[in-house]
Write a new protein. Structure first.
Length: 240
């Protein structure tokens, strides 16, 4: 299969890119913004993984990727990229324009690229959309996560709509909601917060990107009968 993963050059995205590319029969395209060196290393390590520069805050680059989606004829789109801090400050202290700014640089590109992917999938009568959400939507959201959670909740509902509207075209839309992970995305989170998360975890262990990547691979390989679901990776800390 031909797979496109956004934000696939570092953190969880890199783990997903590497795992899928290691499976036989897959060609993986992954986007990067500032991680050029790491993107080149992934390409060097894996002969079937190819980097595409795309800054979600630059409209020209997003539109170029939109056009490229139809040219590549992808079978799978993995919406993983997210730019910004998962933890900011209390909701009442966040400027209202910050919500709009984060939506514009994260959700709008995801919408544009997914529309392009669905148009391709409908022509092929096959396709898979996999969205990376967060277990914050099921667990008690951490203080300061209102902007991040709002965007992920928006994507969660879009995922359901995509599943419903496109099922008859043999297109699936599923999601994963991982608990907190230590990646470049969460580097700025206070060590004391990380220790609290670890202590409150049923297994007393932080979820790893490799574990999450395995769940993405499961959805990639699964039957088209699996559609509209959300796999939560939080060791049963909260069950919805």
């Amino acid at each position: 299969m031909i797979v496109l993963i956004t934000g696939g050059s570092s953190g969880l995205g890199e783990a997903i890119t590497r795992l899928i590319a290691q499976q036989p029969g897959h060609t993986v395209y992954f986007t990067y913004n500032s991680s050029l060196t790491n993107a080149q290393k992934i390409e060097a390590d894996l002969g079937n993984a190819f980097a595409i520069k795309c800054n979600f805050e630059i409209e020209v680059e997003v539109n170029a990727l939109k056009t490229k989606i139809s040219e590549l004829g992808i079978d799978v789109l993995i919406n993983n990229a997210y730019s910004g801090e998962p933890i900011k400050t209390y909701f009442h202290k966040i400027p209202a324009e910050d919500f709009l700014a984060d939506f514009q640089k994260n959700m709008l590109p995801a919408i544009i690229l997914t529309q392009a992917a669905i148009n391709t999938f409908r022509k092929k009568k096959f396709g898979k959309i996999i969205n990376v959400l967060t277990s914050f939507l099921i667990n008690t959201p951490p203080i300061g996560s209102s902007v991040y959670v709002a965007n992920k909740a928006y994507l969660e509902e879009l995922s359901r709509a995509w599943a419903t509207e496109n099922a008859k075209y043999n297109i699936t839309s599923n999601s994963i909601s991982p608990a907190f992970m230590q990646t470049t995305f969460t580097n700025d989170v206070d060590e004391r917060v990380i220790e609290q998360i670890k202590e409150s975890h049923p297994l007393k262990a932080i979820l790893t990107p490799a574990e999450v990547a395995e769940s993405v691979l499961f959805l990639l390989n699964s039957t088209q009968q699996i559609n509209g679901i959300n796999i939560v990776l939080n060791s049963g800390a909260n069950i919805k």
